[in-house]
Write a protein that binds this ligand. Sequence first.
Ligand SMILES: Nc1ncnc2c1ncn2[C@@H]1O[C@H](COP(=O)(O)OP(=O)(O)OP(=O)(O)O)[C@@H](O)[C@H]1O
Length: 555
Amino acid sequence: MRGPADRLLVKVAGLDRVRVAAVVVTALLATTAGLLLPGALAAAVDAVVAGRPSAREVSWLLLVGGAEIAADVVGGILTTRLTATASAWLRRTLSDKLFALGTRSRFAEGDAISRLTGDCTGAGGIVPIVVQCGSMLIISSGAIVLLALLDWRLALVFMGSIPFALLLARSHLRRTADDVLTYQQVSGEIAARMVDAVAGLRTIAASGTADREAERVLRPLPKLTLAGQGLWRTQARMVWRAGLLTPAVELSVLAAAGFGVLDGRLSVGDVMATLGYVALALGLVTQIPLLTTLSRARGCAERLVEVLDEPLPVPGKLPLLPGDGTVELRHVGVKGALADVDLRIDGGTYLAVVGRSGSGKSALAGVVGGLLTPDEGQVVLDGRPLEHLRPEELRAVVGYAFERPVLLGTTVADAVGYGSWAGESAIRGACRTAQVDEVVVRLPQGYRTPLTETPLSGGEAQRLGLARAIVHKPRVLIFDDATASLDTVTEAAVERALAEALPGRTRVVVTHRAGTAARADLVVWLDDGRIRAIAPHAALWRKPGYRGVFTEDGE
Ligand SMILES: Nc1ncnc2c1ncn2[C@@H]1O[C@H](COP(=O)(O)OP(=O)(O)OP(=O)(O)O)[C@@H](O)[C@H]1O
């Protein structure tokens, strides 16, 4: 065993030992029948040539042939099931890891999708590939032994080809390994670009840049072509070299068999058997492309290991302490976004976060609820550092809503209750608070309307996102520009309903609107990742720089 990719493949192979054993048994059966077939054929031919055809030889031939076919069919069904089970397990493991990495993931969406699809299937097929390689080895060596039993001279002549076959296999494998990996990597890159393009379809249509976009998506294509051509060239080289070697070996062994017939050591049937054994033994050469499949499975496993080996922070183990949702940020820093942020948000405070675009508001919203782990400093919720808290408890007491919420689930009710196990009445209550119940009940199937059949405006989607954030009645609510698409009247109505439905909750609201900041108890004014001031809006409004955040007044 050489590395983590091999260890993963071994683990995959051990997932369903019973079925793996069944695959090995059927492969052995097929292999044995395959090895017996030339002998059975020879016996039948000899009996016919001798003019004494008997039912025994014919029945034996039929039995061996039938057993090989049956073992192949059963083996085919078993290996398909095995590959499907292994691929499903890999997909589940990989998606669990990608979800656990969450916002820390360095894998672009399309790249992650290509690993979840192609690479999981590639690595999931490892058992059939190894079994096939094993069968090929057994058949080849078995055929050489049977040749030797017929006449040791035949085996000796055949073995003269083995060094050439090994050289062929080595050079094939060496040449394909790099190309296979490059091919998989570039496919992932193209998939990533394609996913971006699909996400930006409206922008592309509006800018009339379809051609340029197609060019951008396909830019890595030459690399893919090179890798693909490399694989084909190696394959072609293998085919013509094998094409030279195979008949040369067949002719040499047949010539040796011919001398055997002349000397009276071999019968006509033996010559037929020789032909059969040579064909089986030459599997060593003709099945060399199997090594490409094996190398591809290893390449796939390597790409999966890249994701699975990504370090995850150790999850906290402590329970949440009772509290009112007080959050403290102590010397918090996020590289490139926030520097030395010291802030105490008392439980029940409505805090607005304002600042120019890029000043670090979303980063601050991210660290307050543990969505973003700071590079420096600490965030403490009700006396307990976030990193010590059990993740599920943290998620249960913090509710996030975003400017562009992605609604997940099948129906509207699923989307609102997502991750909270909320019942129907809680979902409806949250939607009323978020001022979206009227919109939902007008849909063809109300809360059961599939999301795919629910065309939503930006403001409606935002209100469903707000409902999702509050449905589990969290201690701390974090709205990152989550009402930006609402008109100011609806926004104020949401705020009033929220204060009534969830009184005393800590609220951290990122906003670009002076009116929203004015309704907050306190405003944090961010400038270039640092806190410039903390005070009520009315007090800050006297400063021209603060007014400049909302208006065109300069400092
Ligand atoms: N997770 C992160 N890690 C490191 N840097 C980040 C992270 N998130 C954002 N940044 C960077 O921090 C800076 C502030 O980004 P942020 O999204 O917090 O700004 P913002 O004030 O919310 O802007 P806007 O009002 O335009 O939404 C940006 O330069 C951004 O690239």
